[in-house]
Design a binder for this molecule. Structure first.
Ligand code: ZN
Length: 327
């Protein structure tokens, strides 16, 4: 199950894919038709020996993490399961702010490159087509582009510069269940073979993060920003108030930091802008006396002094709505 990776003449044994392990778990005991569908997800680390010349930042790496899942189901469940997975993928990618997609239905590879009977391929392809048609977005047929074990849907997102990135893949599989002898006991008391769907929504998490950084040029929406707010005390004597505002924000579930360095206020603002932190809250004598903070956005927009609870409410709304806007 592990394949050797030859590095400088030494064989390293590493895991190239997650599927076989989930199948082993399934096969570790008997299953009834009533248990299906089983939907098993994992963040699985896998390894590919990419040549050093093609390694590229986060975009192409040798060890990466797939948001991998396998759905094991009966034939009467396959249509609904495929539809759910496709909807899930689109909802997820849309939430990250992608609006343009290139969607492909990849069909049976040419004779000799595919396993399984043509009728089953036809049935599987129709089920995938049904899921695509239900959402109504345009898609293209990738003739012969399916995996050897079944047809698939591939979803690429286009970033703000129009570059396509492969993300979701939904692969129908009626072959591995047969090869690995997976079974369940049907209502009739006999053994049946389940179907299997392999799916990844984001694909390689590392590559997806690289793609997100490109999409936003590092200026993430509030809900995605690693640091959402930086508190900037004007002088040392405002540090205590800045800390107490930061505590209130933290209680509201907001990721916040206090810039208590001895730099001048303008330098602190410039640092925060360079780090593309969405919100800067500047506090001095006036804000401390009034229980407010002066709000500046990464975009240099100055929103003036606001009560702290109003700031928390605005940030909570932006986060909960996964808004790409800053106000
Ligand atoms: Zn798989």
């Amino acid at each position: 199950m592990y394949s050797p990776m030859d590095i400088d003449g030494v064989d390293y044994y590493v895991k190239p894919m997650n599927c076989p392990y989930q199948i082993l778990i399934y096969n570790s005991r008997v299953h009834s038709y009533r248990e299906l569908p089983l939907r098993w997800a994992e963040l699985g680390t896998v390894y590919r020996y990419e040549r050093s010349g093609v390694l590229h930042g986060l975009l192409r790496v040798r060890g990466f993490t797939i948001d991998d899942a396998h759905i094991i189901c009966r034939s009467d469940q396959i249509r609904d399961e495929l539809r759910r997975v496709y909807e899930f993928s689109m909802d997820m990618l849309t939430a990250f702010g992608f609006e343009e997609f290139a969607i492909y239905l990849a069909t049976r590879p040419r004779e000799g490159k595919a396993v399984g009977e043509p009728e089953r391929w036809e049935q599987a392809t129709e089920a995938l087509r049904g899921a695509l048609d239900a959402r109504g977005l345009p898609y293209e047929i990738d003739e012969g582009g399916g995996a050897f074990y079944g047809p698939k849907i591939d979803i690429k997102v286009k970033d703000t510069l129009g570059r396509p990135w492969q993300c979701s893949t939904i692969q129908f599989d009626f072959n591995l269940p047969e090869r690995f002898d997976m079974t369940y006991t049907g209502e009739d008391g006999l053994e049946h073979q389940p179907y299997m769907v392999h799916r990844a929504l984001l694909g390689s998490i590392e590559r997806f993060v690289g793609c997100l950084i490109e999409q936003y040029a590092g200026a993430f929406p509030v809900w995605l920003a690693p640091i959402q707010v930086v508190l900037i005390p004007i002088a040392d004597r405002h540090a205590g108030y800045a800390e107490s505002v930061a505590e209130t924000l933290k209680d509201g579930g907001i990721r916040v930091t206090v810039d208590a360095s001895s730099e001048r206020m303008n330098a602190k603002i410039r640092n925060a802008q360079l780090q593309k932190i969405p919100y800067m809250l500047v506090v001095g004598d006036r804000e401390e006396a009034a229980g407010t903070a002066a709000v500046r956005l990464r975009s240099e927009e100055d929103l003036g002094a606001k009560p702290i609870d109003e700031i928390v409410a605005t940030l909570r709304r932006l986060i909960d709505e996964k808004s790409v806007a800053l106000t």
